[in-house]
Design a binder for this molecule. Structure first.
Ligand code: ADP
Length: 675
């Protein structure tokens, strides 16, 4: 019955034929597009970062445009307010936009001017420190000195007869009308001072200060009195008196009481400060007045410039002002840019966008609101905006660019992480798919091999049976002993066929999940011994033998006798099949740890480590000479595994190439039933 096994040529290379094609298709339609899309997504993500910056800039540009429209509307509103402002004396700020009203309340914050018939009116009234050049001084009564006064002056100045001059002034004083009285007082005080009568002089100056104000020359009488009193206190070595006098004078002067011309104002302002510094006065108060004066000085200088040549932006040395005016009669609203910058500009910005920084530059390029940092800020946008039909420049940038950058970065990182996750998922999925496809292809191949192997398995016993049967039928075998041996061979071959058919049927039932096991309590010892004896009888004529080492008293197991028997027989079959030299196989049984172990041991060809992992797979047959020669369908061990697993057990294989193999079935002992 030896058959030089005509197994079809094995196609063992996994990546050949359909497998390779499938993997090619997979790579072409899934992996490559996946990698390409991944690359695109990666690029898109990087661009997204730039786009985010771009979007921020675009939104800033829109904001800048909105601010431009707002400024234009606001400037027009202020211009209109100037046009409709009352021409008569203004008594309240209510006729102006709210912000102008607030500016008026702040020293140097803002002023409304109107020039009618050469007369200058301001609101608030003391907002200017000096009269702008070109605006004439209000013509107050400065009556021509009478003849008597002229005589007294001649005594004082030309003839330098101070005593007679004093007498003359005194007598004049008794007679002088209210118009001339301040003039006489001033002359008298002056002459007394020249004569060294300082106390008397001071008394008359005090009186002059209290009396009605008249302009003497280019100066108001009370200013002369204040100035002289300070000078007298300084000369008389009266620091406390000087302190009080000088501070009061300085306060009045900077309060805009007199509206002197600029040089005179500056002269008296200088004197006041010099006196203040000489005297021990309250430094706080002095500094307050000084600061106020400086603010009003720049407003006064802007007003002067505005009256000489009106323009929207008046850039002074220390400050910039915005002007809105109307001609004929000339009325104008002048607002300090510094004031607007702190009281109006921040709200104008924050109403449009949180955390916005901006610089507005006038058409001549000077920054009106805001200051540009030394380095160009991140995300900065420069936008031409139109205010009053002229192009202004607005630069805007976010106050906290780091937060924006961090936000963009965070979004990018998140997207990257997601992309990475998808890539890992794809790679893992691909790996699993390739494995499954390879396995399925392998099984398909093995199945094809199986059909040819099984047909072959059938063919050789059938041929044998047929030939033996024919010989017996035709009476060609005369020897009775030979006849008996032929009959036995026929029976054996039929057994083999029957077992094969049984295996195939079992296998197909298992594949379809129809295999059912009828478990019963079974004493393994007698059952295994019987099985060994039966098997030995079958193989005896091949000259093989079974050594059985089966002790008594093994725990009972719960088993389907037939199925488990077929599993053990398969192991015994294999042990004989794959031990071409030695013909003795061993079957052993033992109890250990609540288990019964049934081992089938041979000294055959052994199984390589690589094959050991796969011999329990259906259709799998190990490579090698012996497998080619030995008949088999690759079903036996997969059946064994299935059956044993269904019994709640496990099957293991220990083997060394060339030395033999041991297959062990481990089955749980059946629970001991009560009684
Ligand atoms: P078959 O024996 O029909 O080929 P099996 O499923 O019973 O199928 O066995 C699978 C493979 O495992 C065999 O082809 C053989 O290569 C290997 N094998 C099984 N039992 C043994 C053994 N006792 N000694 C060596 N190899 C074995």
């Amino acid at each position: 019955m030896k058959d030089s096994a005509v197994r079809p040529p094995a196609r063992r290379r996994f990546l050949s034929g359909p497998s390779q094609r499938l993997i090619g298709v997979f790579v072409l339609f899934i992996l490559l597009p996946g990698a390409f899309l991944g690359g695109l997504a990666f690029r898109a993500l990087r661009q997204e970062g730039q786009l985010a910056g771009q979007r921020i800039r675009e939104s800033l540009e829109r904001t800048a445009e909105e601010i431009g429209l707002y400024l234009d509307a606001e400037f027009r509103r202020w211009s209109d307010a100037v046009r409709s402002a009352p021409k008569e004396k203004i008594i309240s700020a209510d006729s102006f936009p709210k912000i102008a009203g607030q500016a008026f309340a702040e020293p140097g914050g803002g002023i409304f001017l109107s020039v009618t018939g050469g007369d200058l009116e301001t609101f608030p009234s003391g907002a200017l420190l000096y009269r702008p050049s070109g605006v004439p001084r209000p013509q107050a009564a400065a009556s021509r000195p009478s003849a008597a006064l002229a005589e007294a002056e001649s005594l004082e100045i030309t003839r330098k007869d101070l005593e007679r001059a004093v007498r003359a002034y005194r007598s004049l004083l008794d007679r002088a009308g209210t118009g001339e009285r301040p003039l006489v007082l001033q002359r008298l005080a002056r002459t007394l001072r020249k004569a060294g009568k300082l106390d008397e002089s001071a008394a008359f100056y005090r009186e002059l200060q209290r009396s009605d104000v008249v302009w003497i020359g280019d100066l108001p009488s009370d200013l002369i009195a204040r100035s002289e009193l300070c000078s007298l206190a300084a000369e008389g070595g009266d620091p406390a008196g000087l302190a009080a006098q000088a501070l009061a004078f300085y306060r009045e002067l900077t309060g805009g009481k007199w509206l002197l011309d600029k040089p005179r104002y500056l002269y008296y302002s200088d004197r006041c400060r010099a006196w203040c510094r000489e005297s021990p006065l309250a430094a706080d108060e002095f500094n307050r007045i000084r600061t106020k004066e400086e603010q009003k000085l720049s407003l006064s200088s802007a007003a002067e410039e505005l009256l000489n040549s009106p323009k929207r932006v008046i850039s002074g040395e220390s400050e910039t002002h915005l002007a809105f005016w109307n001609t004929d009669p000339f009325t104008a609203l002048l607002l300090s840019a510094n004031f607007l910058k702190s009281h109006w500009w921040p709200q104008a910005l924050s109403a449009r966008r949180d955390d916005l920084k901006a610089v507005l530059s006038s058409p001549d390029g000077s920054a009106v609101f805001g200051t540009l940092p030394a380095a160009v800020p991140a995300f900065a946008v420069t936008q031409d905006i139109r205010i009053d039909d002229t192009p202004w420049l607005l630069q805007v940038w976010p106050g906290r660019p780091d937060a924006i950058r961090a936000d963009i970065k965070q979004k990018q990182t998140l997207s990257m992480a997601m992309l990475g996750f998808v890539a890992v998922l794809l790679a893992f999925g691909s790996y699993i798919t390739v494995r499954i496809v390879r396995r399925e292809l392998e099984i398909a191949r093995l199945r094809a091999d199986f059909v040819s192997t099984v047909s072959h398995e059938f063919r050789s016993p059938l041929t044998g049976i047929r030939q033996l049967g024919e010989m017996l039928l035709e009476g060609r075998v005369a020897d009775r002993e030979k006849q008996r041996s032929y009959f036995r061979m026929i029976v054996e071959e039929s057994d083999r066929l029957a077992r094969l058919v049984e295996n195939i049927l079992d296998f197909s039932r298992m594949e379809e999940g129809r295999r059912e096991y009828r478990l019963e309590r079974l004493d393994p010892s007698p059952w295994l011994r019987e099985l060994a004896v039966d098997f030995e009888a079958e193989i005896a004529m091949k000259g093989a033998a079974v050594e059985a080492d089966i002790p008594d008293g093994l725990p009972l197991i719960s088993a389907d006798k037939e199925a488990l028997g077929s599993a053990v027989r398969n192991l015994l079959d294999n042990a004989v099949k794959y031990s071409p030299g030695t013909k003795t196989v061993r079957i052993e049984a033992a109890a250990s740890g609540g288990e019964v172990r049934i081992s089938v041991r041979d000294r055959g060809v052994g199984i390589s480590e690589q094959d050991r992992g796969r011999i329990f797979d259906r259709f799998y047959r190990a490579d090698g000479e012996i497998s080619k020669r030995v008949k088999g369908a690759g079903l036996g061990l997969s059946l064994v595994k299935h059956i044993v697993t269904a019994h709640g057990g496990a099957v293991e294989c220990e083997s060394r190439l060339g030395e033999g193999s041991t297959f062990t079935i481990r089955l749980p002992a059946a629970p001991v039933t009560g009684g």
